[in-house]
Design a protein around this ligand. Sequence first.
Ligand code: HEM
Ligand SMILES: *[C@@H]1O[C@H](CO)[C@@H](O)[C@H](O)[C@H]1NC(C)=O
Ligand SMILES: *[C@@H]1O[C@H](CO)[C@@H](O)[C@H](O)[C@H]1NC(C)=O
Length: 533
Amino acid sequence: MEFDLGRNLSAPAPGIVPIADSRSYTVTLAALWIPIFIAISLLWYGRLESPLAHVPLVSTGKSSFWDIGHKKAKESFAANARKIVAKGFQQVGNTKPFRVISDLGEMLVLPPSMADQVRNIDALSHGEFMKESTCAEVHGFEPFFESTGHSLLADMTKTKLMGSLKQLTDPVNETATQACKDLFPDDDDWHEVVLKDILLEIIARMSSTIFLGDEEVRHDKAWLRLTKEYTVDSFLAAHQLRTYPQFLWPVLAMLFPQARKVRDQLRQAEAIIRPLIERRRAEKAAALADPSIKLPERYDSIEWLEQTSQDRKIPYAPVAMQLTLALSAIHTTTDLITTTMYELLRCPEVIRHLRKEVVSVMGSGGIKHSALYNLKLMDSVIKEAQRIKPALSINMVRKATANITLPDGFRIPKGTMLGVSHHGAWDSAVFPEADKFDAFRFVRLREQPGNENRWQLTTLRSEHIAFGHGLHACPGRFLAANEIKIALCHLLMKFEWKVAGEVKPRIIENGIFLDSDPGVRVLVRRRKGEVEV
Ligand code: HEM
Ligand SMILES: *[C@@H]1O[C@H](CO)[C@@H](O)[C@H](O)[C@H]1NC(C)=O
Ligand SMILES: *[C@@H]1O[C@H](CO)[C@@H](O)[C@H](O)[C@H]1NC(C)=O
C-alpha cells in the first residue's frame, strides 16, 4: 500500500491559485504552534508558583503532572476532605497551617488554635471567598451574589431580625402547631416516615412565616417548594460549572440543563414574590402622599430589607434576596435539627429528660421567648449534636483582600483562600471522650463558675466554630436556635419516636460540607402531651 499524503494535500485543486510557498510555510508553523501552546497553558493552568510556597502543601494522593487543572486532586478532596485534612495535621503538627488542593482550588487550612488570630481581620473577606466558590456572578446565581456582593443580609439580620426575635415566637409556634397537624396522621398507630423530609418541610414553613410575615404567599406550595429546592439545585449546578475554568462559566451556564433549571427557578420566584414587593412599595408611596393612611407594623424580612437597604444605601434585588434567605436558613437549620433527632433516637432516656425539662420550663405558660433560654438541656443536646457533626469540616472560610501579617508573624498573601479546621471540637484533650455523644456535656460546662454563658448553643469559641467565629460569624444563629427549640418542643411532646433496628445515619461528605443522612426512616406515633405546646 502506498499513500502519498503530502503530495495529494499540496496538489492544488484545479482553478485555485497556490499560495506562495513561504507564506504557506508560516501558516503551517502557526497551525502547529497553536495546539502546543494550548496544551502547555492547560498543563500549567493553576500551577504557577504559589505566593504561599513557604507553607507545606499536603498531597491529596491524586496529583500528578498530567492532572490538568488539578481535576483529580479536586475530585479526591471532594470525596475525602476530612481524611486529607487529618493527614495534613498529622504531617505538619496540630498547631501549624498547611496548603491543600481543595475542590475550590488551593486553600490554606488553619488549625483551630489560630482561629482567634484571624477572626476579626477586616481584610479577610467571607463574601469574596463565597463569590469565588459559588459562581455568584453567573446569571441564575443572583441569590449567591446577594449574599456576597454586599453586607445587606448580614446587616439586616444583626439589626432588624435580632430586634424582632421576641415577636417571632408566637407566629413560629403557630406554624409548628399547624405543620404537626398537616404532616402527621391523626390516629394512634405507628407510622413510618423519612425523618429529614418532614423536618425540612417544618423548617421551610417556619422560615416562610419569618421571612414573609402574614402575607398569604407564605403558604404557597410552589413558593415553599422553590425555597427548599433552589439550594440543592444551585449547589449541583455550581459544582458542575466549577470543574471548568472560570471564564467559561457564563457560556456553559447557558448550555447545562442543571444551570438552566436554576435560572428557571429564579424566574418562578420573580412571578411569585415580585407582585408582593410592588404592592408594598405602592402602599408606602400612597401613605407618604396621604398622611391619613396608616400602614400596619410589619415584622418580616421584606420590610426589614427595604428599611436596611434605605438606611445603608445598599441597592439590592428583593426577589433574589428571598432565595438568599432560603439558602442561608433552611437547609442549615434542617440539617442541625435532623442531626439532633438522629442522636436522640439513639438515646431514649435523653428524650425522657428533655420532656421533663419542657414540662418544668413551660409550666402552664407555654412557649414564651424567655422559656427558650431556660431549656438548658435542650440547648446542650443541640450543641453536642452540632459538635459531632457540624455542617462544615472547615469553617470560617475567607479570602485575603490584602497582604496580612498575623500577630505570631505568619504571613497571608493577598488572594489567599483559607479556612479553619473544625477538629478542635473532635479533640479529646478539649472535650473528654470527644467521639461520644454526651447530652449533658454543655450543661455541666455551664455549671462551672464563670462559665454560665460560655457554652450556650449560640456562643462561639475557637474550639467549637460550627456557626463560624468573629466578624462574619452566623448572625442567624439566634433565630435558628429558637426555631429548633420550638420545633423540638412540638415533636417531643406530641409524638413518640423509634427506629426499626439500630440508627446508623451516614454522613454525606462533599468537600468541606458534611450533610446529614437524607434517607433514615423512623416510626412515629401520636402521644398525649403533659403540657400544651
Ligand atoms: C443551624 C443553622 C445555621 C448554621 C449551621 C449556619 C452556619 C453559618 C456559617 C458557618 C456561617 C459563616 C460563618 C463564618 O464564616 O464565620 C454563616 C453565615 C451567615 N448566616 Fe448562618 N447558619 C445557620 C442559620 C442561619 C439563618 C437562619 C440565617 C438567617 C437569617 C443565617 C444567615 C447567615 C448570614 C447572613 C451569614 C453571613 C454573615 C456574614 O457574611 O457576615 N444563618 N452561617
Ligand atoms: C402555640 O400555638 C398553638 C396554635 O396557635 C396554641 O394553641 C398554643 O397555645 C401555642 N402555644 C403557646 C405556648 O403559645
Ligand atoms: C504583597 O506582597 C507581595 C510580596 O511580598 C508584593 O509583591 C506585593 O506588592 C504586596 N501587595 C500589596 C498590595 O501590598
